[in-house]
Design a protein around this ligand. Structure first.
Ligand code: ATP
Ligand code: MG
Length: 364
């Protein structure tokens, strides 16, 4: 029987709390015959404080060789390397760039029982995916920008044909697999850019238009980033899959998370041709670390995405089935009012986790 190794990195702040919760829920969903083998590795700002190393080589190798990587959250305020870079951030960035995790998939879904700050929206109205290009764009040349004479700073925005083409294809494939519900029965991919002002985005759009011809079953449209920020507030139910450049995706996904209850509800998956890296979209929230009140739903949903990704990749229904049951359990628990403080409730991490474990076992 096939086994899968999962590299687990707890990280900093609330990272260990939400990561342990997710592992427990995954194990409850898979039961005693679980094909997953979890291996824990150290990385992050706390590890840097203790050892002088934020991402040991052995941890990197463990992550690279694993079938998937599950992370809590990384980084602590003020903990920086001598060159000023954040000690918790190099973990994520090194994985992204060295494992070429070019697709950052961020599902945005409003659950029944969570109050959205938007008026007149109900569960099901908000259910789409932001697909953020994760390897180039404005963040491609990190460190490659220039500061001239201490007077002029320049950061190049890089779009390669290869990079744009693969993220756009991924968007159409996600739409076909219906990650993000089809809206009004329509599968739709929205290309979000700033093609009217910058040629790099016009290039992005021209590649999108050409690739779209290979997917005649999927409706396409363009949106400018500024209008998009408004649309995600005014008519979120229109969207199915949104594909966009790195920085735009970074910003839009925080805005989108706010519409469905905040960062605690936002899962994320970063995938490349061979590796997958799963963590909630939020940071390490040091203000609430150790209090037992962190919202575990984002990390639990990220772990469900991990099972889906592994299950689809290996045609293993045990995993896709467990993912489906975890999502159903999240739906049930939230509907039953098991809400953490950030989404307006008073349930602690432990109580939510225990309820999720019970619910996944009960769902058929
Ligand atoms: P990063 O720079 O890593 O993105 P950030 O500074 O944007 O981090 P986060 O750690 O993402 O900040 O979170 C901001 C605030 O949102 C936290 O301080 C915390 O109060 C709240 N928050 C984030 N995640 C959660 C969670 N899982 N449960 C409860 N509250 C959370
Ligand atoms: Mg942030």
């Amino acid at each position: 029987m096939k086994h899968y190794t999962i590299a687990v990195v707890h990280g900093d702040g609330i990272g260990p709390e939400v990561c342990r919760a997710a592992v427990r829920v995954v194990e409850a969903a898979l039961g005693t015959a679980s094909p997953l083998v979890f291996r824990e590795y150290d990385a992050g700002a706390q590890h840097y404080l203790e050892t002088g190393e934020s991402f040991p080589e052995a941890s990197f190798e463990g992550c690279r060789e694993a079938d998937a990587i599950l992370h809590g959250a990384g980084g602590l305020p003020g903990v920086v390397h001598p060159d000023g870079t954040e000690a918790g951030l190099d973990f994520t960035l090194r994985l992204r760039f060295e494992l070429d995790l070019f697709a950052n998939i961020r599902p945005i879904r409003l659950y029944d029982g969570v109050r959205s700050p938007l008026r007149d929206v109900k569960a099901g109205d908000i259910d789409y995916v932001i697909l953020r290009e994760n390897s180039e764009g404005l963040y491609a040349a990190r460190g490659g920008g220039a500061l001239l004479r201490g007077e002029v700073a320049i950061d190049p925005l890089v779009q390669t044909r290869h990079g744009v083409e693969r993220i756009v294809r991924k968007a159409f494939e996600l739409a076909r697999q219906s990650e993000g519900a089809p809206r009004d029965g329509v599968r739709r991919v929205t290309c979000c850019d700033k093609a009217n002002v910058l040629r790099s985005y016009a290039f992005f759009r021209s590649i999108f238009d050409r690739v779209a011809k290979d997917y005649p079953d999927i409706e396409t449209e363009h949106a400018l980033i500024d209008a998009m920020a408004m649309h995600l507030v005014m008519r979120p139910s229109h969207y199915n899959v949104i594909v966009t450049e790195n920085m735009f995706g970074d910003i839009l996904s925080d805005l989108a998370a706010a519409t469905v209850g905040g960062m605690g509800m936002a899962p994320s998956a970063e995938v490349g041709a061979h590796n997958g890296f799963f963590q909630a979209a939020h940071g390490s929230a040091p203000d609430i670390a150790g209090k037992g009140i962190a919202n575990p739903y984002g990390t639990v949903l990220s772990a469900a995405s991990m099972l889906d990704w592994l299950g689809h990749g290996h045609s293993d229904e045990r995993l896709t089935d467990a993912a489906r049951r975890i999502r159903a359990a999240v739906e049930t628990c939230i509907r039953d009012g098991l809400l953490s403080a950030d989404i307006g409730g008073s349930a602690g991490t432990e109580r939510i986790t225990a309820a999720l474990c019970e619910a996944v076992a009960g769902v058929s």
